[in-house]
Design a protein around this ligand. Structure first.
Ligand SMILES: *[C@@H]1O[C@H](CO)[C@@H](O)[C@H](O)[C@H]1NC(C)=O
Ligand SMILES: *[C@@H]1O[C@H](CO)[C@@H](O)[C@H](O)[C@H]1NC(C)=O
Length: 562
């Protein structure tokens, strides 16, 4: 383990949390379980007349902090614990809080606890500034501190879908607290969706609730049961879509009921350092990007390998390589030439699709336009039918991840702005499908080979090659969706040595800044969508680990628009 929390700090924080929880428990015993999902109130007449208060003010609007679906089933020791907490409160806490002579000391305790939480000395996030990063991303934090983002006073929506991932949750909370500190506690809304977790997530979300309450950050923490009773009868892309749409509900509700508009949505996955997220926010803003993803790295036999190959496609529609963090320049994760060249320089590069851990979405280009997460529906339910998998047409829609659907929807919805009438599109010369670049040196055994660290290895089904039908209108005729990968935003999982990974990826972090300053954030040339992509699909139920197969599938924006 690279990071060890300092116990004494945790103790202080936990005492403060006990205080907060105690107050909540005694003063409003039902507050946490009686909330319904749609608790945001519309503006009243007075608010409408006096102008809309865009700040998320939790003191003024209690409904901005909500907890739903908490597991409140009776436990054998509940009464004993409740008695103990009430007793402690009555004898040791209430007299001090109420007493005139001691009240100021109590206020001081809370303020000190808030201060400790905001600095989080000793937590994982506190080690982040010591890790190597390009362009002094970490070094100049003191002078820079991402003031540009903070001064804009924009609202940020942090979304998390948690499915039995308690080993990340405390660190993710630390990251949220750091972000709230930089961006302003009243500029951040945190939406945590606990999807049927069976580990200690329930307890840790209690902790999150207490911390966010203490800091005055608005949030909705919600727990929902699984979609199917038997996890193996579930269809994973459907679960993905369901979880994400639920996590986004407060975003849309605040938009519709209170005209609260968020600048960016930050999807937290795994562990990502706060500065890397802030850097990715800058990339997102500088490029007016629809989506910017980090890159996620998992431990594998003592090395670190790029992990989210299921959802990531380069700008030619190819899968990324399962490269190690120390890969040579000719074997880095993105296969396309320009992506690889920029990756090597630690610069953001364009892709067809990504997710790769923590990623940032512009809601104005997506959710506020009505885009939702979805998935293919004609999958085979192995639990309800003994028939083997249905035969589907060679060009049937891809039954891949909900993120892959989201990416295609971004390309298509972006193109919708271009040509309200199809006729205006000039029909250009016919282009053969085989324009994909095939490296002419030694063959890359891994190209389209179909393995994925993020899930079970595939069966080695060869890719069906699509008949090369030219597109009537090439995808390049449409405005590209701005989807980028920022290799400076590292997402990691359990077992990763952050220091070693950082050295592998960025060396000493002493890049020649002057050489790349113009391109450090902004991508100048944007390509159109690829005309085919590697479709890696789950054709049947079986939860997250259901087998995947793959084929090469055409992608024609013009056809999709019709
Ligand atoms: C598959 O079928 C089973 C049994 O009928 C059902 O409980 C389950 O919900 C189905 N799964 C999906 C994803 O529809
Ligand atoms: C890049 O940096 C150099 C030296 O620091 C500076 O003179 C130049 O104006 C910069 N270019 C851009 C496009 O910012």
């Amino acid at each position: 383990m690279a990071f060890i929390p300092r116990r004494h700090l945790l103790t202080k924080v936990f005492i403060a949390l006990a205080l907060v929880l105690g107050v909540k428990l005694v003063l409003s015993p039902h507050s946490s379980s009686s909330l319904e999902p749609s608790v945001f109130q519309s503006y009243n007449v007075f608010e409408r007349v006096t102008g809309v208060n865009k700040i998320l003010n939790v003191r003024k609007y209690k409904f901005l902090q909500g907890r739903t679906g908490r597991d409140v089933r009776k436990d054998i020791l509940d009464d004993v614990i409740a008695d103990g907490v009430t007793d402690y409160w009555n004898r040791f806490q209430a007299p001090l809080i109420m007493g005139k002579d001691t009240a100021h000391a109590d206020l001081q305790n809370v303020l000190t606890a808030v201060e400790s939480l905001l600095s989080l000395n000793g937590w994982v996030a506190a080690y982040c500034p010591t890790l190597a990063r390009p362009f002094g991303q970490n070094k100049n934090v003191d002078e820079d501190a991402y003031d540009d983002l903070a001064n804009d006073d924009r609202l940020y929506f942090v979304a998390m879908a948690i499915h039995s991932a308690d080993h990340f949750l405390v660190d993710q909370l630390a990251v949220i607290v750091q972000l709230a500190k930089r961006l302003g506690t009243s500029n951040v809304f945190v939406s945590m969706l606990d999807y049927d977790s069976t580990d200690s997530t329930a307890t840790l979300t209690d902790l999150c609730e207490a911390v966010l309450t203490l800091l005055g950050v608005s949030f909705r923490i919600r727990r929902v049961p699984g979609m199917t009773e038997d996890a193996t009868a579930a269809y994973y892309p459907l679960e993905e879509a369901y979880m994400r749409n639920l996590a986004l509900e407060p975003l849309l509700e605040l938009y519709q009921k209170r005209e609260v508009e968020f600048h960016r949505v930050i999807w937290l996955k795994g562990f990502t350092c706060p500065n890397d997220i802030l850097e990715t926010l800058r990339v997102s803003v500088a490029n007016e990007a629809a989506m910017v993803c980090g890159m996620d790295w998992a431990e594998s036999n003592g090395q670190f390998i790029f992990s989210d190959r299921w959802r990531t496609r380069d700008i030619h529609g190819d899968q990324f390589r399962q490269s190690t963090s120390s890969a040579k320049p000719d074997a880095v994760p993105p296969r396309d030439e320009s992506g690889a060249a920029r990756y090597i320089q630690h610069l953001p590069f364009q892709v067809f699709c990504c997710e790769s851990g923590t990623h940032i979405v512009d809601p104005a280009q997506s959710y506020y336009k009505g885009l939702k997460y979805r998935c293919g529906i004609d999958f085979h339910n192995a639990s309800s039918s003994s028939d083997s998998v249905l035969t589907r047409a060679a060009d049937a829609p891809c039954l891949d991840s909900s993120q892959a659907w989201f990416c295609r929807d971004l390309w298509i919805s972006n193109a919708l702005n271009d040509f309200p009438e199809d006729e205006v599109v000039p029909t250009p010369e016919v282009q053969p499908l085989s324009r994909r670049q095939v490296p002419d040196e030694e063959p890359d055994a891994d190209v389209n080979a179909g393995s994925d660290y993020d899930a079970m290895p595939d069966s080695d089904v060869p890719i069906d090659v699509l008949p090369a039908a030219p597109l009537s209108v090439p995808n390049s005729a449409y405005t590209p969706a701005r989807i980028l990968v920022n290799p400076r935003c590292v997402t990691t999982y359990a077992g990763v040595s952050h220091t070693q990974l950082a050295l592998d990826l960025f060396g000493t972090g002493d890049d020649d800044e002057a050489q790349v300053n113009a391109t450090k954030y902004v991508l100048e040339d944007w390509d159109g969508a690829p005309e085919s992509f590697v479709c890696q699909e789950q054709r049947q139920t079986g939860g997250r680990k259901a087998a995947k197969t793959q084929r090469l599938l055409g992608f024609a924006i013009h056809d999709e628009l019709r």
